[in-house]
Ligand binder design. Structure first.
Ligand code: ATP
Length: 234
């Protein structure tokens, strides 16, 4: 579904990613792991059209080379950026309406809002509340629900568990697992290695802008040194 071939990502003159190749098949959850500065966010930014890149990014058989951010959203790519960027002064419901900005079938949008309020009861109960008053975990769920409002084919999730208490992390991972079970294709960047590996169909390990290892989660299962390096737990 999504194929990156020899992709280099640039921030101005700085080359953050040096020619990586990554594949995500339909319905898979693929995980990008790696230390800070490895190039994980840069990779997601290139796919979403936010960062400049060289090499090919193909999505559903089309090369995205000349596609704008909006073109990519319309094609079915939704990015949930790091840091829970909600519109704090808008209600939960209004945040979801904004997530559907690329769609013009109003009744379908309203139906989807109700659908996600059922799927995320914690948001449904707070639909008229200002988003800024939600807890960190609720805000993360809102950013994911807002991304889903564009009816994406693939969800790019950048460290959704960052800064959340362990119990709330578990709720967010459960939600991602449910999305996967419902057939959603997911590319997940995570530092929370153990939880991410449980969801992963395939894993790429990035370091200093390069893929250093890849495989299914069993690749990491027996390598306690590697796990320790990635998790910081020795
Ligand atoms: P983290 O977990 O810290 O977010 P990461 O693996 O997502 O790390 P990136 O954020 O993609 O890594 O950063 C990769 C490299 O690109 C780093 O050296 C970083 O300093 C650099 N970089 C990232 N964003 C920019 C930017 N906007 N301008 C300049 N350099 C950047």
């Amino acid at each position: 579904m999504l194929e990156l071939s020899h992709v280099q990502v640039f921030h101005g003159p700085i080359e953050a990613v040096h020619g990586i190749s990554i594949n995500v098949a339909q319905g898979q959850c693929v995980v990008l792991l790696g230390p800070n500065g490895a190039g994980k966010t840069s990779t997601l930014s290139a796919i979403a059209g936010i960062a400049q890149y060289r090499g090919a990014i193909n999505f559903l058989g089309n090369n995205l080379v000349s596609a704008s951010i909006e073109d990519r959203q319309r094609a079915g790519i939704a990015l949930v950026p790091e840091g829970r960027r909600i519109f704090s002064n808008l209600s939960v419901r209004e945040n979801l309406v904004i997530g559907a900005a690329t769609r013009n079938n109003r009744s379908a949008v309203l139906k989807d809002i109700e659908h996600w309020f059922e799927a995320f009861p914690v948001l449904g109960e707070r639909r008229h509340q200002m988003a800024g008053t939600l807890s960190g975990g609720e805000q993360q769920m809102l950013t994911i629900a807002r991304a889903l409002m564009s009816r994406p084919e693939i969800l790019l999730l950048d460290e959704p568990s960052l800064g959340l208490a362990p119990l709330i992390c578990q709720q967010v991972f459960r939600l991602i697992a449910e999305l996967k079970e419902s057939g959603m294709t997911i590319l997940l960047v995570e530092q929370n290695v153990r939880d991410a590996l449980e969801l992963a169909d395939y894993v790429y390990l990035l370091n200093t802008g390069q893929v250093t290892q890849e495989g299914d989660h069993s690749l990491f299962g027996d390598d306690t040194n590697l796990m320790a390096e990635l998790t910081g737990i020795h």
